[in-house]
Design a protein around this ligand. Structure first.
Ligand code: HEC
Length: 115
């Protein structure tokens, strides 16, 4: 797994140095987290399971759809407890220009949405 990632990054690097446009750029070179493009709408069951209010999850979901789909398709982490997720979220919240309050709404929604 680790070797594959390094190999893909290596290919990306070589492609970046070539004079031709890097059309063979490996799409997944930057991805280390398992994510899903499915973005479940907040439900009462989800609120109950997570202990968050439906309104709070609704806010996180709306922010996620609006701000986190600007640069790539929506990506819901399969396991928000994956240690890679925390630094990713910090970077992505910065990318999306989220306030701290908005960031926690998105994180709470993503935790609740993960299965
Ligand atoms: C300004 C553009 C931009 C915005 C806005 C943005 N992202 Fe990203 N995101 C990227 C780029 C670039 C990558 C890395 C390349 C790729 O995989 O597409 C990435 C990768 C990711 C990954 C995969 C990282 C990994 O290590 O596997 C996740 C998950 C992710 N973004 C979630 C989010 C979330 C959640 C938000 C909203 C808070 C968000 N992104 C907003 C640009 C953005």
């Amino acid at each position: 797994m680790m070797k594959t990632t390094i190999l893909l990054l290596g290919i990306g690097f070589l492609a970046g140095c070539a004079s031709e446009p890097p059309d063979a750029m490996p799409e997944d070179a930057m991805r280390v987290l398992k994510t899903s493009p499915e973005v479940p709408a907040p439900s009462r069951a989800m609120a109950r399971r997570s202990g968050q209010s439906l309104a709070h999850l609704g806010e996180g979901h709306a922010l996620f759809m609006r701000k986190c789909s600007e640069c790539h398709e929506p990506r819901v982490p399969e396991n928000p407890r994956d240690p890679s997720w925390h630094p990713t979220m910090i970077g992505m919240a910065w990318n999306a220009g989220l306030t701290k309050a908005e960031e926690s709404a998105v994180v709470d929604y993503l935790r609740a949405a993960a299965r």
